[in-house]
Design a protein around this ligand. Structure first.
Ligand code: NAD
Length: 438
């Protein structure tokens, strides 16, 4: 393919060398003439393992050329990769000056091009930028229409400085956010051979995934470092601890617990977090991230409260009270907290939870309900049909199969369902459906 690359920093220079190595003709464009001269003479503009040799070979192969002329690059390529920098501004916002300026220039160059062109944004861009300001600038300055006269897509880059060629050849996956079939076919031709799964998404999802991959990496590093500081205080080897944590591929290094849902609770997670926070306090160890976990959990609970209160109904039917499906354990159940909050706001609740009702009959949880939350115990019903008939707002807090079936069967067009569990059958819900944050 004939390709142009705009921005020859770490991402652009490595992509230029690797795409040329893979048999494509590549034109590199940068506003920095020093970088262009270096590439022209077969030298790498970035210090990266393997780049000096690869750049020298690619410059000699005749597959690489450089230019400062945007029009020339657009006219002589069918796909353009945009790899300009998107650094932070002093206030933390993303500085999009380079990419916005470039979009204007690209638009002007596209105006006179008669054949199809695809623009692939690879710079990290805030969700919505490509189909927002960048698409507008391209259309405005070209007088053409995205999806008809040219295509735009977003393909996040996952290479890391220091191992960028290896990462280019071995990405965790390839994600292409595009609306057009032509763009997907072109991207698959260029990247379909790479290991790791090829995912097609919409543009905004691809922009978003890139951010949360980086944020997740930052979170993991911070977790390991906070664990290490605590371990030092406890005189435990942090490496042994983290190695063992990583050895659990079922619950720790796995998709477990990584699905959006309701706040966590139960008899273990909150108390163990609090105990370790207390250890840190006593030893003067700062763990700002871990010590905010419970507050963040509370904010999540408040999210449910806000959505329920916004409906303006005083009668609420809650389905589920225990801290998760399949248990009657009410200790630190976020649904108990939710019920208490709503009662405090003057709501009239009716609560159904078959496991808890059963435990009341058997006496297992009876004492906790009678002594700790008698006001909630009084609101419990064992008649779900009655609960659905007398409340138009239903909060679904547990994802038990039988419970869900009962709720779905009893909902009518007048009901509003607030879903805290991301119900699989949400498309089939009769009435108004409101997800917690989806
Ligand atoms: N560095 C990484 O490891 C990495 C990994 C993944 C994603 N990213 C993202 O990729 C993008 C590029 O990162 P980088 O580290 O390669 O940046 P960089 O700062 O090293 O390079 C950016 C290049 O763009 C050039 N440029 C600026 N305006 C231009 C214009 N109008 N026309 C042509 N060239 C122009 C600059 O001169 C510079 O050479 C950023 O959005 C970054 O967040 C970086």
């Amino acid at each position: 393919m004939n390709i142009s690359i705009f921005g020859l920093g770490y991402v652009g220079a490595v992509s230029l060398a690797c795409l040329a190595r893979d048999g494509n003709n590549v034109i590199g464009v940068d506003i920095d003439p020093v970088k262009l001269e270096l590439i022209k003479s077969g030298q790498s503009p970035v210090i990266e393992e393997g780049m000096p040799e690869l750049m020298a070979a690619m410059a000699a192969s005749g597959k690489v050329s450089v230019s400062q002329d945007v029009q020339h690059a657009i006219d002589n390529s069918e796909v353009s990769f945009i790899c300009v920098g998107t650094p932070s501004q002093a206030n933390g916002s993303q500085d999009q000056t380079a990419v916005l300026r470039l979009a204007e220039q690209l638009g002007k160059a596209l105006a006179s091009k008669s054949s199809h062109h695809t623009i692939v944004f690879r710079s990290t861009l805030l969700p919505g930028t490509v189909e927002g300001s960048l698409k507008s600038l391209l259309e405005q300055h070209s007088g053409k229409v995205d999806g008809r006269d040219f295509d735009i897509c977003f393909q996040p880059e996952f290479l890391r400085e220091g191992s960028s060629i290896k990462d280019y050849d071995n990405p965790p996956f390839t994600i292409v956010g595009a609306n057009s079939e032509t763009a997907h076919v072109q991207m698959q031709r260029l990247f379909g051979h790479l290991p790791g799964q090829y995912h097609r998404t919409d543009v905004k999802t691809a922009e978003t995934v890139k951010y949360f991959c980086n944020i997740f990496h930052a979170l993991k590093i911070t977790f390991a470092n906070e664990v290490a500081r605590l371990c030092e205080g406890l005189t435990v080897d942090p490496f042994k601890v983290m190695d063992l944590i990583c050895a659990d591929k079922q619950l720790n290094i796995s998709p477990a617990y990584l699905k959006p849902g309701f706040a966590f609770g139960g008899s273990c997670l909150p108390k163990d977090l609090r105990a370790m926070q207390y250890v840190a306090k006593q030893a003067d160890i700062e763990i700002p991230m871990l010590s905010q976990v419970l507050s963040s959990n509370q904010v999540h609970l408040q999210q449910a409260c806000k959505k329920i209160l916004a409906l303006g109904s005083r009668h609420i039917g809650m389905v589920g009270l225990s801290f998760k499906s399949g248990t009657d354990d009410l200790r630190e159940s976020p649904l108990v907290d939710l019920a208490e909050y709503l009662i405090g706001k003057g709501m009239q609740l009716s609560i159904f939870d078959p496991e808890v009702n059963l435990s009341r009959l058997l006496g297992a949880n009876k004492r906790f309900i009678e002594e700790s939350i008698p006001h909630i115990g009084q609101l419990m019903t064992n008649d779900i049909d009655q609960l659905l008939a007398s409340n138009k707002v239903i909060v679904l807090g547990l994802n038990d199969k039988h419970l869900v079936e009962q709720v779905l069967a009893g909902l009518t067009a007048e009901h509003t369902l607030i879903d805290l569990v991301h119900l699989k059958q949400r498309a089939d819900v009769r009435g108004n459906y409101i997800g917690l944050c989806w």
